[in-house]
Design a protein around this ligand. Structure first.
Ligand code: C5P
Length: 299
């Protein structure tokens, strides 16, 4: 068989329609009940054969470290370790998903790396096997591989697919200054020391199977809003100002990205309106749900 010379894989950003958080576990993670939706905003990873592992980043995250702290190299090393392959690769990441934005950009890059190298190195791993490896890299990586809409429990990696009843428009207000996920969870612990199990997202899951955006909008919720707003009061002001816009508004993940749900037909006008109202933020429009990590091109 002819060996591949280049594989390009894409993986999506996510928004959490709900992120319900329980009290911290012994392993330092928090039990979650969350609903993820994959958006049509993708990072790409281009993998080419090389003797060793190396990586570079172009696009919005060009200043991020390209060493062993990057999930891209961690994903490649994990694949080498579990499969025993001696092959290497150069990995070039094109980033479009905001960095430290609560949209799982780092997890998307890890997911795209797993998919690209599985093909380049002819490893033949199934999506389920890649998802198991992905869970070792980060709580959001299995969802970046699966895509569409899913309920996530445990620390977010245990997924139950949800069949969505409609496509959704999202106007994303991304912030130039990111937020650290561990810092937001630590603030959550300070503010809610006695919390038990996370609130159930079952009602939202049923609503997402239907096509009533107003109903979905009413059930958007994020328990990390209070700690994120305590760290960044500017975000609270923005979300208050957006209460009557679209069908609902929610902080995405641990923030600082704020997501407004709307009809797809409203996306263009609402994006223009919000770009005008918040000139200090970047406004991005997206549609969901979309596919998980996949190969876009190989030759
Ligand atoms: O799993 P991931 O590496 O993306 O998590 C990053 C950090 O977010 C963890 O180190 C932890 O501080 C926090 N986290 C958590 N509970 C979760 C998921 C993440 O406390 N369920």
């Amino acid at each position: 068989m002819v060996k591949l010379e280049r594989v390009i894989a894409s993986a999506p950003a996510k928004v959490n329609l709900a992120l319900r958080v329980g009290g911290i576990r012994q392993d330092g993670f928090h039990p979650l009940d969350t609903v993820f939706e994959a958006l049509d905003l993708f990072d790409d990873v281009t993998a080419t054969p090389a003797a060793e592992l190396s990586m570079e980043i172009t696009g919005i995250g060009a200043d991020l470290p390209c060493d062993h702290t990057n999930l891209v190299l961690q994903a490649a090393q994990l694949l080498q370790r579990v499969t025993g392959t001696t092959r290497g690769a150069h990995l070039s990441v094109t980033k479009r998903i905001p960095v430290a934005g609560g949209m799982a950009g780092g997890s998307a890059d890890a997911a795209a790396t797993l998919v690209a190298l599985n093909a380049l190195w002819e490893l033949g791993l199934s999506t389920e096997e890649l998802m198991e490896l992905g869970a070792q890299l980060g709580s959001d990586v299995p969802f970046a591989l699966q895509g569409s809409v899913a309920r996530g429990t445990s620390r977010g990696e245990a997924l139950e697919a949800i069949k969505p009843g409609a496509m959704h428009g999202w106007v994303l207000l991304t912030n130039p200054v990111g937020l650290s996920t561990p810092a937001v969870f630590r603030k959550f612990d300070d503010l809610s020391p006695d919390v038990g199990e996370p609130t159930s997202t079952q009602d939202l899951c049923r609503a997402v199977e239907g096509d009533d955006l107003a109903k979905i909008g009413q059930l958007l919720a994020n328990d990390l809003e209070a700690p994120a707003f305590a760290l960044r009061p500017d975000l609270a002001e923005i979300i208050v100002a957006l209460q009557t816009v679209g069908h609902g508004v929610v902080l995405s993940g641990s923030g600082p990205t704020i997501a407004v749900l709307c009809k797809i037909s409203q996306l263009e006008s609402l994006s223009a309106e919000l770009a005008n109202a918040f000139p200090e933020l970047s406004v991005v429009s997206a549609v969901g749900p979309t596919a998980g990590a996949h190969i876009r091109q190989q030759n």
